[in-house]
Design a protein around this ligand. Sequence first.
Ligand code: AHG
Ligand code: MN
Ligand code: MN
Length: 337
Amino acid sequence: MTPPKKISLTRYLVEQQRIDGLIPGQLRLLLEVVARACKSISHAVNKGALGNVLGSAQSENVQGEVQKKLDIIANEVLIEANEWGGHLAGMASEEMDAIYVVPNRYPKGEYLLLFDPLDGSSNIDVNVSIGTIFSVLHMPEDDRGVDEGDFLQPGSRQVAAGYCVYGPQTTLVLTVGDGVAMFTLDREQGSFVLTQENVRIPADTQEFAINMSNMRHWAPPVRRYIDECLQGKDGPRGKDFNMRWIASMVADVHRILTRGGIFMYPWDQREPNKPGKLRLMYEANPMAWLIEQAGGAATNGKERILDLQPTKLHERVSVILGSKNEVERVTSYHSEL
Ligand code: AHG
Ligand code: MN
Ligand code: MN
């Protein structure tokens, strides 16, 4: 029997462009470049202490978080890979205060790229899965110069979104609005190979992911939901629940796309004026779209994440995403109060 054909990311994208007309040439090029950058970040991650990439960079980002060396390396890799290809007008990153306009020496394209270059920074030094999250928007029509306002589009306007998880395997997960596909990095070939198509999340789950150490700060609807899960078979849910918390959103979302589950980083009372910890543009929007494309749901407790109109680049948001019936349950608890 002949072994099944290996479909590279390049071939997958070309076929999406040819068969479905889903991907314009420029977008295909952009996604290839992002994948190449992720490959390069993956190599840096793998080197670890041998590549002198671990530890802190002695600097802070705009959100007041201490930057790790890899946060900065990954950010630079993504900028350098994407600025010259002619497919982008600008970029925005969790690690940069302001937007990055493609320099005049390069041709400008019609897309905007947003990213969390290194998600799960606290896991870098302890050799636990981390990742890169990205989101692609189209420049608004008839817009001559790129400015921050051009990026402030709701997640429903994304034209591509994905992440690359650097774990036991390096896996790139992508949507262009036609379902979710997963590609595993084949290090011998040096390319991403399609390993799963039409990813689907089961509507029900018995597994939740939340940082339990914040329990005393949560709002009542979140407390109620988790409390009911913890009561297991003896409580109103009538079944036992399992818990996982990796502290890398990419790794938690990857598990949910693989076997279902619910992930929450809700608003809490520690900083009542902050809507949540996670960032709308770099984390919540791309992940929400991937989850919806796989049949799941994503809300901030009240509204669908993809419908939120961003008001600033580094905006934060409360996040509840994953298996549809569970997300709907937590969301309904919010409206009952
Ligand atoms: P980042 O490393 O990009 O700042 O994101 C970390 C995020 C997310 O990946 C994860 O789910 C969460 O922070 C973990 O937060 P806690 O350490 O508060 O659990
Ligand atoms: Mn992150
Ligand atoms: Mn980050």
